[in-house]
Ligand binder design. Structure first.
Ligand code: SAM
Length: 347
């Protein structure tokens, strides 16, 4: 009897829990492939039978039904009753995986599939050497390398938007914005978070700082979503240039990209740029302080090994300590949404 045959049935056995993790790569690839084929986009208008869906996607008959039903078993599709039950999006996949939806996150998944899926194959090399395992393996810098190709730049920027907007409503509530007039988002990508905050708090004005290469994407997003009269773009390098002066400085998924010295530099520069009483707000998937539970943060930190020369995710307690070192007189943290937390410091 092999290991699989001896696994307890019902999904609750100890071996099952190991195998579920072991086969996680298969589930990931089924999801990535469904996004690549546009399964959820095809189903956006109306549910389809297996035959109709297979014909739309141009799939060979051999495994199409297994592929569709694996998506059902993963909770990514619904299927009507009976042998010819029609396949349909779930409310969640309709919202996040249909290319026509404003909340589409498929760009992020396409990026995981096209880049990270392969790079994670070299995790062992990364752990042995401490070196990144992506395009910069042989020299170069992550953003410079990614941004050489406009299509990859746009995909990365949209991926950032899809991921960061999960905590947009929570962030709009978590800060007493009425006490502040201006906000600058440092490393703003397309500026989606800023746009959301400015719509939610119409007294605020904002600027997004990012590399010059990002300007076009920022401006296109602002044209679509606004508010054009209160939102500007500042091209710059957050290490080489002074940070914009504003009452609140936001850092979304920025600190984890960099080593400790660079994290400290950015927090010191934030302190210098803020007025007395101003706030720095850092939001990302902070690892829980006991380093046992936030798997997204812990795997995210391993991802920083794969992607960057020195980046790592940290706990909220670590970050509050570095804020205090930089001079912030009061610091606190607050859960936002999912694995995302914010850490704030008041000058
Ligand atoms: C991981 S993304 C985070 C984007 C956004 N804040 C969010 O939460 O989705 C990092 C951003 O920092 C920008 N960036 C990287 N290095 C930079 C630098 N030296 N100066 C300014 N922006 C930089 C990148 O272009 C990218 O938009």
């Amino acid at each position: 009897m092999n290991d699989l045959e001896s696994a307890p049935r019902g999904g609750s056995g100890a071996l099952d829990s190991i195998l579920r993790i072991a086969f996680g790569f298969q589930a990931s690839k089924v999801l990535f492939t469904a996004v690549r084929f546009g399964v959820f986009t095809e189903l956006a208008e109306a549910p389809l039978t297996a035959g109709e869906l297979r014909a739309r996607l141009g799939l060979h008959p051999r495994a199409a039904r297994d592929f569709f039903d694996a998506l059902v078993a993963l909770g990514l599709l619904d299927r009507g009753p009976g042998p010819d039950g029609r396949y349909a999006n779930t409310p969640v996949t309709a919202r996040y995986l249909d290319r026509g939806s404003p909340s589409y996150v498929g760009c992020a998944l396409e990026m995981y599939d096209n880049r990270l899926y392969g790079f994670w194959g070299s995790l062992a090399d990364g752990l042995r050497t401490g070196e990144p395992q992506n395009e910069i393996k042989d020299g170069g810098e992550l953003f410079g390398t990614l941004y050489k190709d406009p299509e990859r730049l746009a995909c990365f920027q949209q991926a950032m938007t899809g991921l960061t907007m999960r905590s947009a409503d929570a962030l709009a509530e978590a800060v007493d914005w009425s006490a502040h007039r201006t906000v600058a988002d440092i490393g703003c990508a397309e500026g989606a978070m800023l746009s959301h905050l400015l719509h939610r708090h119409p007294h605020l004005r904002g600027t997004g700082l990012d590399l010059e290469a990002v300007r076009g994407n920022f401006e296109r997003h602002r044209e679509r979503c606004g508010p054009a009269d209160r939102l500007t773009f500042t091209a710059g390098d957050f290490f080489a240039d002074p940070l914009p002066r504003a009452d609140v400085l936001l850092f979304g998924h920025i600190l984890h990209d960099w080593d400790l010295a660079a994290k400290r530099t950015l927090l010191r520069k934030a302190y210098e740029a803020l007025p007395e009483g101003g706030l720095v707000v850092i939001h990302e998937s902070f690892i829980d302080d006991d380093r046992r539970e936030n798997l997204v943060g812990l795997l995210g930190s391993l991802n920083m090994l794969i992607e960057t020369p020195g980046g790592f995710d940290c706990t909220a307690a670590d970050c509050r300590g570095w804020l205090a070192e930089a001079g912030f007189r009061e610091t606190w943290s607050r859960h936002l949404a999912g694995a995302e937390t914010m850490v704030a410091g008041r000058k």
